[in-house]
Design a binder for this molecule. Structure first.
Ligand SMILES: Nc1ncnc2c1ncn2[C@@H]1O[C@H](COP(=O)(O)OP(=O)(O)OP(=O)(O)O)[C@@H](O)[C@H]1O
Ligand SMILES: [Mg+2]
Length: 221
């Protein structure tokens, strides 16, 4: 379980998050919606300890990650597969190499790389694109590639930050179907989105944020 408790994050006078409290159960699929600047990406960066909160706790299986020592942060990051809002794929590396980097960081034995990468590429439907560079992939394919990279380390939770941002409806649906499939295999999924219409359609729990606060937490089923 991931539990955000009284989380506040300020940057000087800017209040990015204000007293945010909610829980995410293991295996749950939730959306976090809210306008630009609501604090969605800040929440992600607190979860991965890129930032420390000004106040509050983040409990992951009852361990407060705010208090983790620096040496334990890599272990935390192996539990959370992140699909970044700006992708963060390296342009000079092929799709396969981009995914291999995640395995290298985790310290996975090189002998397993080909099989592990093949497995996630198959899951996202990009098996025949592995030797292409990011610039040669379509927007939807880049999004799928980011999901494959997040997944290859076998995290317990996937946090996808605006995974359907610039995609057409059909492709956005495919990405959401893919995340649903991954959820059914047991992983916790947290998806941020601006797109309320898309979110309503999926009938999952929706946490609505505005100006750094949770203003609604509801099930749309
Ligand atoms: N490192 C930082 N320094 C100063 N202000 C920051 C920093 N990071 C975020 N903020 C501010 O915190 C607020 C929340 O930003 P955040 O990126 O979390 O929003 P968001 O909900 O992800 O928006 P979007 O939908 O546009 O991605 C914004 O007003 C932003 O300017
Ligand atoms: Mg954001």
């Amino acid at each position: 379980m991931i539990e955000f408790k009284g989380l506040t994050k300020t940057f000087g006078k800017i209040v990015a998050l204000q007293d945010v409290t909610f829980k995410v159960d293991d295996g749950e699929f939730i959306f976090i919606v809210g306008p630009s600047g609501a604090g969605k990406t800040t929440l992600l960066k607190l979860l991965t300890r890129e930032y420390k909160p000004t106040r509050g706790e983040i409990l992951m299986d009852d361990v407060d990650i705010v208090k983790l020592k620096k040496k334990d942060i890599p272990l935390l990051r192996q539990k959370i597969g992140v699909v970044f809002q700006d992708f963060k794929l390296l342009p000079e590396r092929t799709l396969r190499e981009n995914i291999e980097i995640a395995l290298a960081i985790k310290g996975v034995d090189k002998g397993q790389w080909i099989a592990r990468v093949d497995q996630v590429l198959k899951l996202v439907g990009l098996s025949d694109r592995s030797d292409l560079f990011p610039a040669q992939l379509s927007g939807g394919e880049i999004q799928k590639a980011s999901i494959a990279r997040a997944l290859v380390i076998n995290p317990v939770c996937i946090f996808a930050d605006e995974p359907t941002g610039n995609l057409d409806w059909g492709t956005a649906d495919l990405i959401m179907d893919l995340l649903t499939k991954i959820n059914k295999e047991g992983k916790t999924i947290i998806v941020t989105s601006h797109n309320k219409e898309l979110v309503e359609k999926f009938g999952k729990r929706v946490i609505e944020m505005k100006n750094g606060k949770v203003i609604k937490d509801r099930n749309t089923k």
